[in-house]
Structure formats: structure tokens, C-alpha cells
Write a protein that binds this ligand. Structure first.
Ligand code: PMP
Length: 413
């Protein structure tokens, strides 16, 4: 079976695995053990990884707080903002209402680890504003500006969308938040390793809190980070759990040294790909030097080839999301008119891709992102999401094309 579901997760790169292995077998010390060399070497490995991650994001290494992944990082960023928590509690305890509840602004295309947190905050008394997105799943900076109120504490906007690859105008949204004194959190999960991220662009970094997850770019599952800006006023974060005070008291718990080493190695691998002057310009996303671009041309070319081949063979395909040149280089998402989504998925035997419905519940629900974009439920159900990776080959793409063409023709016959 050909794996083309790299937005869900990715293969651990061989060099990443090789870097991790000694930390399972020989170097199994606890990074918090200060009394012996096992502990010292584990701590050194953690700090090396922290540096590798920081280098990819262009930030100091003490901004990195290790977590179990991006779900936790998103929860820590949003729930942890003490300012929001404090303000959410009315001064007259027990009334359940505040005259000026804090305001949290996000949007309909976010991952559930942001959207469901927003819903919970709402139940707890925060005034939550969930902005709509446009037909391409893009957040409009003007709408963010219009939604900010004096009591707004936080805005959360993802850098790139995990279903349709839309890249949000983060630099602009960041400037607005900065001007208005509002913190900006960014779920950067699908973007890391595909488009450049610079947390210290020349004209002032727009993002205050950034979430990432190693398993989306050839690192291991179960590790990620929240990056917490520390070059301005202190961001008042409360930890999600109490314990040994690890990670500057923001995330207690013994550090998973092998996973962290793998996370660092994956970042190093992604950073070293930053070498060509083609691809998506960094300017498009964070406003930093356009010469810092990633070697994404090859993946994008395969993705373009996939779409062109499918279109030349089949009628009635509609692209979901922005034009290919304006989205993540490895993403393709389209709907197939006139076929049943479930039947389409079950007839694709040779390729692993995602459909536009979340099968986590008994009744498959159409994707909330496609719905937010205004795509009908039946077209959402009959959609396919492809996620390519650095390991995808042209031969695999050709097999995928033949497989989709065969399945659609059969279903339409
Ligand atoms: N945000 C986005 C946009 C994602 O795609 C994912 C993973 N599906 C997450 C957050 C959650 O990441 P993790 O698997 O590390 O919890």
C-alpha cells in the first residue's frame, strides 16, 4: 500500500530513528538526575535537541517547552493563559457571569485541539468569538481587527490548514495583534518543515505562542513543543499539571529523552533542506527574508503532477481550497462529483489517503473545515485528501492516479 496520508502522520526518518536508538538502550538516564553521568548525558541530549528546534524556528532555546504533542501544546497555550483564567472568573465569585469576560478569538478551520478548547472556555464564562473563514479556509485579518475588543486576551490562528493546506496571513494578523496589545497563538503543526517559520523576523515577530508536533515531519509520535516568546513582557502561563517543575515549571513530568532527541533530529533535517531559492517565499507567511525558502519544489511538482494527471483522466473533480501554488506544497484536496464518499474510500485498496469525513464517530461527519468553507456535505464526503512527503516518488503518484481513476470510473459506471 502506498502511503499518501502525511498530514495524518509521517514515517520516522531513518536518520531520526538512528539518533534516537542509543537513548533507549545505553543512554537511558533521566535528564533531571543531577548526581551522575547518565543524567548529565541525557540532559545534554535534551539541550542539543532544544537547540536544533530553536534553530529551525529562529528563536532562543529557552523559548521551547517540551510537551507530549500539539494537542497538549494548544491546550497549554490557551488554557494556560492565566490572564484569561483570572478574567474568566467574575470578581463576585459564584455569579457565573462577569461584566467584562475576556475575549478569545479563533476561527472555524482550526484543529479540534483549539476549537474544543474554545468551546470549553465558553462554557467556563469566556467570551469566545469564532470567526468564519473564506471559501479557501483563510482567515481575514480585517475580521480579526474588527473582532478585537478592549478585553480581548488572545487570538489563535493556525499557520497552515491540515486539510486543505491554506496558508494564513500570519504576519498581518500578528501586526494587528501587536498593535492592539493582544497575544497571538499559532498552531504551526502542518507547516513545520514545509514552509519557513521565523519567530524573530526583522520587523518584529508576530507570534507569541507556537505549537508544533514532531510526528508530522518525520519525527516520533508523542512529543511536541509549545514555544513561548520571552523577549517581551512575561506571558502569564499556568501549567496544565503540577509536579516536579520541569520545563521552567510549565510542564512537569520526566522528559522523554529518546523522543526529544528524535524531535531535534527531525528539525535539523527540515532546516538543512532550506537551501533553494524556489518554492514558497518566507515573506508569504511570517514576513522574514524571502531568501530563506525550503526545498519543497520537488514535493510540489509531484503534487502538481498528481492533480494534472487526475484532471486529464476524470471529469467532475473540484479542488477544495486555494490554488495549488498558494497552499502547503504537499497538500491536495479535491471532491469527486457523482460518487458516494464511503464507496470511493472503500474501493481505494492500494493507497492510504484521507476522506473528507471524520470517522472518529459512528456516524461519519463531514469535515468541519470543508463545511466552514461552504462546501456541501455530499461533496465533502466525496473528497480525498492527499499528503505527500519527501519519500513520495513519481512511480507512487502514477499508481495513485491509476487507482483513483479506476475507482471513480467503476463507481460512475
Ligand atoms: N493541530 C493540527 C493542525 C494537527 O493537524 C494536529 C494533528 N492531527 C494537531 C494539532 C495535534 O497534534 P498531536 O498529534 O501532536 O497531538
Amino acid at each position: 500500500m502506498i502511503y499518501l496520508d502525511n498530514h495524518a502522520t509521517t514515517r520516522v526518518a531513518p536518520e531520526v530513528l538512528a539518533a534516537m536508538l542509543p537513548y533507549f538502550t545505553e543512554e537511558y538516564g533521566n535528564a533531571a538526575s543531577v548526581n551522575h553521568a547518565f543524567g548529565w548525558r541525557a540532559a545534554e541530549a535534551v539541550e542539543r535537541a532544544r537547540e536544533q528546534i530553536a534553530r529551525l524556528l529562529n528563536c532562543p532555546k529557552d523559548w521551547i517547552v517540551f510537551t507530549s504533542g500539539a494537542t497538549e501544546a494548544n491546550n497549554l497555550a490557551i488554557k494556560g493563559l492565566r490572564r484569561m483564567g483570572t478574567l474568566a472568573r467574575p470578581s463576585g465569585e459564584g455569579t457565573g457571569k462577569s461584566a467584562h469576560p475576556p475575549n478569545f478569538i479563533t476561527n472555524t478551520a482550526e484543529h479540534p485541539s483549539v476549537l474544543d478548547v474554545a468551546k470549553r472556555l465558553k462554557r467556563l464564562g469566556t467570551d469566545v468569538k469564532i470567526l468564519p473563514v473564506d471559501r479557501d479556509a483563510r482567515v481575514d485579518p480585517q475580521q480579526v481587527a474588527d473582532a478585537i475588543k478592549p478585553e480581548t486576551a488572545l487570538v489563535s490562528v493556525m499557520l497552515a490548514n491540515n486539510e486543505v493546506g491554506t496558508i494564513n496571513p500570519l504576519a498581518e494578523i500578528g501586526r494587528i495583534c501587536r498593535e492592539r496589545g493582544v497575544l497571538l497563538h499559532c498552531d504551526a503543526v502542518p507547516a513545520v518543515g514545509k514552509i519557513p517559520i521565523d519567530l524573530q523576523p526583522a520587523e518584529g515577530g508576530p507570534v507569541d505562542l507556537l505549537s508544533l508536533s514532531a510526528h508530522k515531519f518525520h519525527g516520533p509520535k508523542g512529543v511536541g513543543a509549545l514555544v513561548v516568546r520571552r523577549d517581551g513582557p512575561r506571558i502569564p502561563l499556568d501549567p496544565l499539571f503540577d509536579g516536579g517543575g520541569h520545563e521552567q515549571h510549565l510542564r512537569s513530568g520526566t522528559l522523554p529523552v529518546p523522543l526529544i532527541v528524535g524531535f531535534g533530529a527531525a528539525c535539523e533535517m527540515a532546516r538543512l533542506n532550506r537551501s533553494v531559492s524556489e518554492g514558497i517565499e518566507a515573506n508569504d507567511v511570517t514576513g522574514h527574508s524571502p531568501s530563506l525558502t525550503l526545498r519543497v519544489t520537488q514535493i510540489a511538482a509531484l503534487r502538481d503532477h498528481l492533480w494534472q494527471s487526475l484532471q486529464s483522466e476524470l471529469e467532475g473533480l473540484s479542488l477544495n481550497g486555494p490554488p495549488l501554488a498558494e497552499r502547503l506544497p504537499n497538500n491536495l484536496n479535491f471532491s469527486v462529483a457523482g460518487v458516494d464518499g464511503e464507496a470511493l474510500m472503500s474501493s481505494l485498496k492500494e493507497i492510504a489517503v484521507s476522506s473528507g469525513s471524520a470517522c472518529s464517530t459512528a456516524e461519519p461527519e463531514p469535515s468541519h473545515v470543508l463545511r466552514a468553507m461552504g462546501i456541501s456535505d455530499s461533496l465533502s464526503r466525496a473528497s480525498l485528501r492527499f499528503g505527500l512527503s519527501r519519500y513520495t516518488t513519481e512511480a507512487e503518484i502514477d499508481v495513485a492516479v491509476a487507482e483513483v481513476v479506476r475507482a471513480v470510473r467503476k463507481l460512475r459506471a
